[in-house]
Design a protein around this ligand. Structure first.
Ligand SMILES: [Zn+2]
Length: 423
């Protein structure tokens, strides 16, 4: 067993603390390095000027319920993982002892089972979220369609969890104290493959994508892309209306899978200036290399995160070591899942700071590209209306989980770009 690790004294709680602190500090340093420095502190806008109070009340009612449900879902996941990682009664002990006979396949089975248990534990809350979306007219899908998606999603996740757990087990046993180095390489490879292949392999399982046909929208994409000086790769329309009434567009993929994807809803419902603002925002992501910024953040923070995962997993497994030595058996898998979930959760906070800066800059670039801030302001109002975005969510929630600036911030920024613009 990994006595060498113990010998080096890495297991001390202080080193755990230092590595954790270093990971968070490095993450914020990366935000500074890769981000855009945040918004230029635009003067606040008057909410009533853009959105009627009835709509704001409705959005706030919907979003506050949705927030509670998503926090509940997160807590249920953590509690389940915590239970599996820390409880050592026969209920958990017995099946894991059986898995320990063949550690690598055992770990695969443990990983898949844990991922399915997570789906089952969260099911009531996820169903409530789905129903909430339907009540507010945001979700157009029926229960059968939703369950099918859930089933396909669960299968994919279970498969990936099995593969990840088996690889982790193999590396953990082989490398002991150096697990985190190979683990980092594994996670980074996975992330690059994920970004590259997700749009080609997984997305088509859930939606159908067709090349944006010739016409005014396509011409506008090409015109804006030329102006921004970017190669867009492919441009697709996705049948998002199958599931929801929300309006959006996104860029994803790298290299040969690079693409701009526009929701059919957006094409059907947005006015020309609004659609141009949306397209310009997405093309700005391409010209600012935002996908690579996000990927670089993740790649650079993974090694410290992985070291923390290794140290905390070892400490937790050792905590109750007595008759059993669980290090090197599938018993490690739930603890690994718990520490990975916690580390991911903590590091996603600076990750979201970076994301908001990136989104803010894409908005500013979009206004420069279209020369029409009103289009972007109208788009924000339209998105708030159709997606029922809370225009001004609680600041702690926004700080922890917000991937975009709030609607009010985005409107303020668009108006400020206009006033700052030299004419
Ligand atoms: Zn964006």
């Amino acid at each position: 067993m990994s006595g060498a690790v113990k010998g080096r004294g890495l297991l001390k709680a202080t080193s755990l603390l230092w590595v954790g602190l270093a990971a968070v500090l490095v993450a914020y340093f990366l935000v500074w390095l890769l981000g855009s420095g945040g918004a230029g502190n635009p003067p606040p806008v008057d909410i009533d000027r853009h959105l009627d109070s009835h709509l704001v009340e409705r959005a706030e009612a919907f979003r506050s319920d949705a927030r509670l449900l998503s926090i509940a879902s997160m807590l249920v996941g953590l509690i389940l993982l915590g239970f599996l990682a820390l409880y050592r009664g026969p209920l958990v002990r017995r099946p894991f002892d059986r898995l320990a006979r063949r550690p690598v396949p055992g770990a695969a089975l443990a990983g898949a089972t844990i991922s399915v248990l997570l789906v089952l534990a969260r099911f009531p809350i996820d169903l409530m979220s789905f129903n909430l979306g339907r009540d507010y007219g945001l979700v157009t899908q029926d229960h059968a369609g939703w369950l099918t998606d859930l089933l396909i999603g669960t299968l994919i996740t279970a498969l990936l969890a099995a593969l990840g757990a088996a690889l982790a087990m193999w590396l953990w046993r082989k490398l002991k104290g150096r697990f985190w180095i190979a683990g980092s390489a594994l996670v980074i490879t996975y992330m690059v493959l994920f970004v590259w292949l997700w749009p080609v392999i997984v997305s088509p399982l859930f939606n159908s994508f067709r090349t944006l046909p010739e016409g005014s929208v396509r011409q506008e994409v090409i015109r804006l892309a030329d102006q921004a000086g970017v190669g867009v790769g492919q441009v697709y329309v996705v049948d998002a209306s199958r599931r929801s009434s929300t309006l959006n567009a996104y860029v994803n993929g790298i290299g040969s899978s690079k693409r701009v994807v526009i929701y059919d809803n957006a094409i059907n419902e947005l006015s020309k200036p609004e659609l141009s603002a949306l397209l310009a925002h997405e093309l700005s992501h391409v010209s600012n290399h935002d996908l690579y910024r996000g990927l670089a953040f993740a790649i650079l923070i993974v090694p410290l995160g992985a070291l923390f995962v290794q140290l905390s997993t070892t400490a937790l497994v050792r905590r109750r070591e007595g008759e059993h030595d669980d290090l090197g058996t599938p018993m490690v898998i739930p603890t690994l899942a718990l520490t990975i979930a916690l580390v991911t959760m903590v590091l996603s906070v600076p990750g979201n700071v970076l994301s908001r800066e990136i989104e803010d800059r894409a908005d500013r670039s979009a206004v420069e590209l279209t020369g029409n801030p009103t289009g972007l302001v109208d788009l924000q109002v339209r998105l708030a209306r159709s997606n029922l975005a809370d225009p001004d969510p609680p600041s702690f929630y926004q700080y922890l989980f917000g991937t975009h600036p709030t609607t009010l911030e985005r409107i303020a920024e668009a108006e400020a770009v206009n006033s700052r613009k030299p004419r």
